[in-house]
Design a protein around this ligand. Structure first.
Ligand code: ADP
Length: 495
């Protein structure tokens, strides 16, 4: 199988390349244009300005009556490679630098009438005049420049400067060579830098994309790697939070399904048992049949309740569930749950002991507290000892009612006690009977009791038995009209 490398012109890498390269090429072109084009074309202008500047300084020296005028002109002409002439009334006052060769004098003198004529024309404006001329003697042309030093009629003094315009081609060629090297170095450096930066910037993005793909496939334990760039850091942190939230939502969803099936199992078993009972035993005995049918109806109701409760079980964790609190008798609630186990009492020899004060009014969500009692009693039955005794005690403790469900079963090892409230946790103890639990019952109990902000816990001794308990604040009848705000403090940790 051949793998095709895709060229994506919208990729950050390509765009970075493009922008960076354009910038570098732009700068290089600019340097070339400035150096080559302007050197060629600006040279003559530069020369004119230079000559003009020298002419001005001579003019100032002349008007000052500088005693060293001739020497200074001599020096200026040598250092700048100019030929300077001064003329008054057709007489040549000065020609410098002094030449052994007569040709320049002759050559330049030929231009003087032309300069003089131009100056005559621009006398009023007192502007300098200049032009370029070339002769057959030299390969390069010369700049001829003239200006008045004195315009007093009859005593006019004129200044002429001749500056050879040496060709700049050779200089330009040297520059071209230099520029070529500079361009190559710049392009090579740019190439290395673009390659480094583009991969430096795109690498973390690629890694984030790969991690996101894994997350898309359902792996929410992924870790988006942060980088030194703040923007990528922020992105990674945001995605990590998103992955965590998605993971939580996924777990909650799975928990919910597991919880539903777990909590539906018990009532379904009951319904089936009682239906069989009616079919096989009590069908002809109206009294027993009705009692058994009532259990089936009660279980169906509870199941119904459970189904709607389960729909909100995952939301409980995020405190999105609002408890439907009311004042009810905890004692009757526990009694009705125990009544549903009457069959076990009758047929399998279970012994349910129920101790309670007459009326135990509490302010809580009745259905959810019944769910708690049902779970705790169900566990006590599952994990009870040889004596098959399950004790449910309700007692008043200060301003609270404490409900305890005890058994004389295998108990729980001290180190395992804190974990029994965790989802899917099953202790390592060998039980008398095989258990069918899924390890969710106590997790649901914990959620409900935590939402009620009440104290709860377990006391257990291996081979002696366990007591699961919770406390609910006692309610007065008036509270029905004015419900008490739930306490803000969190409940104690399970003991
Ligand atoms: P399960 O469906 O497995 O009973 P629970 O959440 O109700 O799930 O209980 C979690 C674990 O705690 C059980 O698997 C069991 O090991 C332990 N446990 C719960 N109740 C009792 C009890 N009354 N006696 C001994 N162990 C218990």
């Amino acid at each position: 199988m051949s793998t095709k490398i895709k060229f994506d012109q919208n990729s950050i890498k390509f765009r970075l390349w493009l922008y960076f390269l354009s910038l570098v090429v732009g700068i290089v072109v600019l340097i070339w244009v400035l150096q080559i084009f302007f050197l060629n074309n600006g040279y003559e202008d530069m020369k004119v300005k230079e000559v003009d500047r020298i002419a001005s300084s001579i003019y100032h020296a002349y008007t000052r009556n500088d005693a060293n005028l001739t020497e200074s002109i001599q020096e200026l002409s040598v250092t700048n490679d100019f030929y300077v002439m001064m003329e008054s009334d057709g007489t040549l006052l000065l020609f410098t630098p002094e030449q052994e060769n007569i040709i320049p004098v002759y050559r330049y003198q030929n231009q003087i009438p032309k300069l003089r004529a131009s100056l005559e024309k621009s006398k009023q404006a007192s502007l300098p005049v200049y032009f370029k001329f070339s002769t057959t003697y030299e390969k390069y042309s010369t700049l001829a420049y003239g200006r008045y030093l004195d315009r007093t009629p009859g005593k006019e003094v004129l200044l002429y400067i001749f500056s050879p315009l040496y060709p700049v081609t050779s200089t330009v060629n040297i520059l071209k060579h230099q520029l070529l090297s500079v361009t190559t170095i710049i392009l090579a450096l740019a190439f290395i830098m673009i390659t480094y930066f583009s991969s430096r910037i795109t690498r973390p993005i690629k890694s984030i994309t790969n991690t996101a793909k894994r997350m898309g496939k359902g792996d929410y334990n992924v870790k988006f790697e942060a980088d030194s760039y703040s923007e990528i850091n922020n992105l990674a942190n945001t995605l990590n939070t998103a992955a965590y939230e998605l993971g939580m939502a996924d777990t909650r969803q799975r928990d919910l399904i597991a919880n539903v099936s777990h909590d539906l199992k018990t009532p379904l078993t009951m319904i089936r048992s009682y239906a069989e009972m009616i079919r096989d035993l009590s069908g002809d005995n109206p009294e027993k049949r009705n009692a058994h049918l009532q259990v089936i109806i009660d279980e169906t109701d509870r199941m119904n309740q459970l189904v709607s409760d389960m729909a909100s079980v995952s939301a409980m964790r995020t405190n999105k569930v609002v408890l439907d609190k009311e004042i009810f008798d905890l004692s009757s609630a526990a009694a009705s749950i125990l009544a549903s186990y009457q069959l076990l009492q009758e047929q399998e020899g279970y012994n349910f002991i129920f101790n309670t004060p007459k009326e135990c009014l509490v302010y809580a969500d009745k259905n959810r507290i019944e769910q708690v009692i049902s779970n705790l009693t169900g566990n006590a039955i599952k994990y009870c000892g040889e004596d098959k005794v399950v004790i449910v005690n309700i007692k008043r403790v200060g301003k609270k009612f404490r409900l305890e469900v005890s058994d004389h079963g295998p108990g729980i090892k001290p180190e395992e006690i804190p974990h029994v409230w965790d989802r899917y946790y099953k202790t390592s103890t060998n039980y008398v009977r095989p258990t069918s639990g899924t390890g969710l019952g106590l997790a649901i109990v914990k959620e409900i009791l935590t939402l009620h902000r009440c104290n709860y816990g377990v006391e257990s001794k291996v081979n002696k038995g366990s007591t699961f308990w919770f406390e609910l604040e006692a309610a007065k009848k008036e509270k029905e009209k004015a419900p008490v705000k739930p306490k803000e403090s969190l409940p104690d940790r399970p003991k």
